[in-house]
Design a binder for this molecule. Structure first.
Ligand code: CMP
Length: 138
């Protein structure tokens, strides 16, 4: 069993499709064992994505992430990190595979509906960033 951190992004909360995204997560066999709807501050978004700080897209990505509420989630399952990345699809929805969350719902590379941790180290850091132990119930 493994856990990963998911964020349902502002483009999805704005369109009222968080339940539709959750349905795809659950249909794929991942369990949502922690979940809360929050609004990120600019400082939180910059800290969360600090590994991208030097990228040209960093400022617009941060602005997008603070443009509305997000739903942060802990997902649990076998190979949850890799499994979630598979069902999310490619970062750029234009090249995401059919049937993935991003192919189905994402609007653009910035409005790409979901984030998922990309490694065990990232998952541990990102889960701790948003959740304490009492908020994760497996
Ligand atoms: P995410 O998985 O949340 O991680 C960083 C985010 O930056 C990514 O999803 C995209 O929404 C956003 N982004 C914008 N432009 C790019 C780009 N050229 N390459 C990668 N990520 C990008």
């Amino acid at each position: 069993m493994e856990r990963t951190l998911s964020i349902i992004k502002p483009d999805a909360t704005e369109r009222n499709i968080t339940g539709l995204v959750n349905a795809m997560i659950e249909a794929a066999g991942l369990r949502i064992v922690g979940q809360k709807r929050i609004r990120l501050t600019q400082e939180q978004a910059e800290e969360f994505y600090k590994e991208h700080k030097e990228k040209v897209f960093f400022p617009s990505m941060v602005q997008q992430m603070i443009s509305g509420p997000v739903v942060v989630q802990v997902l649990e399952g076998e190979n949850a990190i890799k499994h979630y990345r598979e069902i999310m699809g490619a970062t750029n929805p234009a090249v995401a595979e059919e049937g993935t969350i991003r192919k189905t719902y994402a609007l653009s590379i910035d409005k790409n509906t979901v984030h998922g941790s990309d490694s065990p180290e990232a998952a541990a850091r990102e889960i701790e960033f948003f959740f304490n132990h009492t908020e994760i119930v497996g």
